[in-house]
Design a protein around this ligand. Structure first.
Ligand SMILES: Cc1cc2nc3c(=O)[nH]c(=O)nc-3n(C[C@H](O)[C@H](O)[C@H](O)COP(=O)(O)OP(=O)(O)OC[C@H]3O[C@@H](n4cnc5c(N)ncnc54)[C@H](O)[C@@H]3O)c2cc1C
Length: 442
């Protein structure tokens, strides 16, 4: 195959690679090489049912929009509209001794919640008196235990961490997973003080694009046109003087710059010869695997009103699933009013084997654990399983130093994007991609 000379090759057509390529602008000379038959990576919305009447998310369910920048600007450029889910779906639930309890978001609910004893509540209220220096560079568990106590860790934070990172709070680094909270404590002296001092500042909103999250990656792919090549797995790349030689299913490229926007394991494998020291550091990053099971019922089969976003499960409950999203409450247009769509997540650090367990085993868990919690009678009308293998990186205690070392070692013509670096949320990834594109210019 002839060698094509080009300015930039982007490897990976997930949200990171697409957002970067889009932000470089129409005049940029670049190509995005995506291994699979579709763009979007983990961002995936599918239509289920005989008529495709159930629109379900298999990857991200909703996205966080900052008031300005990143995702908000990108959506405007793509002419896409994001909407807040209905008000009632802002309610979140936690499992407490085998039943659903509303998460205590607000003073009244906090005082009444059965999730914490009075001793646990008093310990939480004492947060402003805790030292602002302790726990910030430790695990999520150490930070939370120091600031708001053991009960709050077990009852409130443990399920939240499972919901976002599918990980173990004792292993995850607070600074890597929740950098904003550490920053607020260091700046204002405590979480409650920070909340008071930053009141009135615009808070990020949880929203969803019309047509589902994949509407964004579809629009990015359409805007890129022929610059995006599908079925274009990159096999190898090597340094040739100041330039890079890339071999892929879509041909050979001679590029001035390469942006790797792919998962950690793939990036480490590609870099093994061209940049072995960086590859070694990336290969230290472990990732959690998940199964996501969509299950659809007729509305009258479900006794619970599903007026909320969903629920999360704390480890102390000894259940095998991590939580369930009330997908049809978050996006009522995505499903006929006669039915409800639920999505249960299983696997992660708590039960790694469930990421690969057969569909029947996952469905048995749903029947045994989810059905009683939501008062569901009978069988689901539709079921769909999506496996996500090694997709959620484990930001362990060594992660902040590791990422700094990786970034310091990168030559100026090689860049990395992806959820194994500084944040897993799509909002973080888009912001990082756009900052890099701005730095590289059109
Ligand atoms: C179940 C689940 C729920 C989530 N929920 C949310 C949520 O609610 N909100 C949120 O903000 N985030 C959520 N996330 C996280 C978010 O979806 C991901 O972090 C993000 O989509 C990752 O995007 P990416 O482009 O960095 O990587 P990916 O999406 O993994 O894309 C990488 C791309 O690179 C391609 N590729 C790999 N190897 C090669 C190669 N050799 N050559 C060419 N191409 C290659 C892959 O095919 C893939 O398309 C969730 C993730 C999961 C798994």
């Amino acid at each position: 195959m002839p060698l094509q000379r080009i300015d930039t090759v982007v490897v990976g057509g997930g949200i990171s690679g697409l957002a970067y390529a889009h932000a470089r602008g129409p005049a940029s000379e670049l190509v995005v090489l995506e291994a699979s038959e579709r763009a979007g990576g983990l961002v995936r919305t599918t239509a289920l049912g005989a008529l495709g009447e159930f629109h379900c998310e298999l990857g991200p369910e909703t996205l966080r929009f900052e008031a300005r920048g990143g995702l908000t600007d990108m959506l405007r450029e793509l002419d896409l509209v994001a909407e807040r889910p209905p008000k009632e779906s802002r309610r979140r639930y936690l499992v407490c001794r085998g039943r659903l309890v509303e998460a205590p978001l607000g003073v009244g609910k906090f005082l009444r919640t059965p999730l914490l004893s009075w001793r646990g509540k008093l310990r939480m209220i004492a947060e402003p008196f805790r030292s602002k220096h302790l726990g910030n560079d430790g695990s999520v568990a150490e930070f939370v235990r120091h600031r708001i106590g053991e009960e709050a860790l077990q009852g409130l934070l443990d399920p939240l961490v499972s919901g976002i990172h599918a990980g173990d709070p004792a292993v995850l680094s607070m600074r890597a997973c929740f950098p904003r909270l550490v920053e607020l404590v260091e700046k204002h002296g405590g979480l409650f003080r920070a909340q008071w001092k930053t009141r009135g500042e615009p808070a990020p909103s949880v929203m969803k694009t019309k047509g589902g999250c994949e509407a964004i990656t579809r629009a990015l792919a359409a805007a890129l046109g022929a610059k995006l090549r599908l079925h274009a797995r990159v096999h190898s790349f090597a340094r040739e003087g100041e330039r890079w030689l890339i071999e892929s299913d879509a041909g050979r490229f001679d590029a001035a710059r390469v942006v790797l926007a792919m998962p950690a394991a793939g990036a480490a494998a590609l870099l093994a010869h061209a940049a072995p020291a960086i590859a070694r550091r990336i290969s230290e990053i472990e990732s959690e695997s998940l199964s996501s099971l969509v299950h659809v019922y007729r509305r009258e089969q479900v006794g619970h009103p599903l007026a909320g976003f969903g629920y999360l499960v704390a480890s102390r409950e000894k259940l095998r699933h991590l939580g369930t999203l009330f997908s049809s409450s978050i996006a009522p247009d995505a499903c006929p009013p006669t039915h409800v769509v639920l999505r249960t997540l299983l696997g992660g650090a708590r039960a790694p084997h469930l990421a690969a367990a057969p569909e029947l085993e996952l469905l048995d868990i749903v029947r045994a654990e989810v059905h009683p919690l939501l008062a569901i009678r009978g069988e689901p009308e539709l079921v769909a399983v999506q496996r996500w293998r090694a997709t959620l990186p484990r930001f362990d205690l060594a992660h902040p130093a590791r990422v700094q070392a990786i970034e310091r070692a990168l030559p100026p013509t090689l860049s990395l994007l992806g959820n194994y670096l500084r944040g897993i949320g799509v909002n973080h990834l888009v912001a990082a991609a756009r900052t890099l594109a701005q730095h590289h210019g059109p």
